[in-house]
Design a protein around this ligand. Sequence first.
Ligand code: SF4
Length: 189
Amino acid sequence: MEQNKKYVRLAADLQSDSIVDGPGLRAVLWTQGCSHHCPGCQNPQTWDFNGGGLVPISMVLEAIDELEYQDGITFSGGDPMFQPEACNIIAEHAKKKGLNIWVYTGFTYEELMKLVPKNKSYLEFLKKIDVLVDGRFVEEKKDLSLLFRGSSNQRLIDVPKTLETGNIVLFDENKYMEKEEQKEVPMFV
Ligand code: SF4
């Protein structure tokens, strides 16, 4: 759709400085619209596909240009995978700016791959993603100790390696935690 090439439906303005939506300091793009309706979802106000606001993609790209000190951008919502064309354009721009890309979706990776033959934008978007946090939020599997996800059915998928091998490769949480622990504690004298 032509409209999808020019607009993205968002629940809020681009936020910066998040430390809970992936590694480092991150900008977060809150997309609007989700039909998964997971019981216990923290953002039910983002479900309505007519809610939020239609924002010109050019404005989002400008907001990305103005970001400072961010390591990456996280697409959340809502579910960004209901707007793969728009998110693909935004991800391409963010990638060129050197931002790593994390995406939260209620779809599983396998479900997304089944959508690819009908709409190539899914694959184009996936190719730009570093880590996909996939699957619906399942209240019975909620676990606050999990890294960057809410329930134990959700996976942190290393998308480049998964696409390369054709098998699900998970983000190396142990390596990430080791690096975090090795970070120097600032000395104040
Ligand atoms: S996929 Fe995410 S936004 Fe959608 S209902 Fe589930 S938890 Fe909420």
